[in-house]
Every structure is written in structure tokens, then in C-alpha cells.
Design a protein around this ligand. Structure first.
Ligand SMILES: [Fe+2]
Ligand SMILES: [Fe+2]
Length: 176
């Protein structure tokens, strides 16, 4: 049994790190839907599905970035670890924070272009979805292979439980 399984069974619900991983999978899925939309020039995606993708990036992903920036990263930076580990962590957190700002800007541009090119509209070029999707895949890989395993290794049960409560509070407000 892995540590992740233990936490899930002990609490009876997914912990904060599992929740973050789940959103990563959802982001990848929605990036793939956007790419499919681009390949088919938007003709195969129903307006409701199109709106669902826009709502996901407008809401879930904004909240996700906020949780990482304001809950996960500060909690990790407050750990007392060897200097070399903390140096590595600070560099990783700074890079991921920069990624969030870059991805937010990419989404703002993509969103307005998508709204203009929604299914049924004519004469509008679909935006560069490939760049957006590739940037997200790169960012999520860094988190899935870097910060989440680091958090799993170093956060004790009490810290993880506190973070899970903070994440649940953040999600329950649902105010992107
Ligand atoms: Fe993330
Ligand atoms: Fe992130």
C-alpha cells in the first residue's frame, strides 16, 4: 500500500495532493478536447461542450492555480529542510509561479479568440491551441514529477490534513 492510499483510506476522502492531481488530469483532458476542436476546425464540438471547456479554464483552473500559489507553495516553503533542499524547492516554486502567470496570460488571449471563433461563427481563425496545450503539458509534468512527489515525501499527516481543509475551503467558495 502506498502512502497516498493510506491517507485516502484514513480520511475517507481524497487529500489535497490527490485533488491537485485530479485537476491535472482534467486539464490534460480539456487540452485534448481543444486540440480536437482545432483539428476539426470547431465543427464537431457542440456549443455546450465548447462552453464547458471555457468554464473549466475560467473557474477550476483559476482556483487550482490559486491553491498552489497560496496554499501548497507557502506550506512547502515553511518546511525546515536542509539548505540544499530548500534552495532547490525555492527555485522550483519560483519557476512554477512564473508558469502560472504565463499560462494565465495564454488563457486570456486564447479565451477571447475562442469566444470569437465559437462553433457556428465564420471567418475567424482558431487560435494557437497547440502552444497553449504544450505549455500546460510541460507545466503539469514539472508538477507531477517535481512538486507533488516532494510534497508527498515531506508533508506530515497533520500538515497534509491542514492543507486538505484549506483546499476544501477554497473550493467551496468557488470564487475564481
Ligand atoms: Fe497544478
Ligand atoms: Fe500549477
Amino acid at each position: 500500500m502506498t502512502g497516498q492510499d493510506t491517507v485516502a483510506i484514513d480520511n475517507g476522502r481524497p487529500d489535497a495532493l490527490m485533488r491537485l492531481s485530479k485537476v491535472h488530469a482534467d486539464i490534460l483532458r480539456n487540452c485534448a478536447r481543444l486540440e480536437q476542436c482545432e483539428r476539426k476546425r470547431g465543427t464537431q464540438l457542440a456549443p455546450a461542450a465548447f462552453q464547458e471547456i471555457i468554464d473549466f479554464f475560467d473557474n477550476e483552473v483559476v482556483i487550482h492555480h490559486r491553491i498552489e500559489d497560496e496554499v501548497l507553495f507557502p506550506q512547502l516553503l515553511a518546511l525546515h529542510l536542509p539548505v540544499s533542499d530548500m534552495r532547490e524547492l525555492r527555485a522550483l516554486v519560483a519557476a512554477l509561479g512564473e508558469d502560472h502567470r504565463m499560462l494565465d496570460a495564454l488563457w486570456r488571449d486564447l479565451r477571447s479568440a475562442l469566444v470569437e471563433s465559437r462553433p457556428g461563427a465564420s471567418g475567424v481563425q482558431l487560435p494557437d491551441i497547440a502552444t497553449f496545450a504544450a505549455s500546460y503539458r510541460q507545466h503539469l509534468k514539472r508538477e507531477d514529477l517535481g512538486i507533488l512527489p516532494f510534497a508527498r515525501r515531506h508533508l506530515d499527516n497533520a500538515a497534509l490534513a491542514a492543507m486538505t481543509q484549506a483546499v476544501e475551503r477554497e473550493i467551496s467558495t468557488r470564487q475564481p
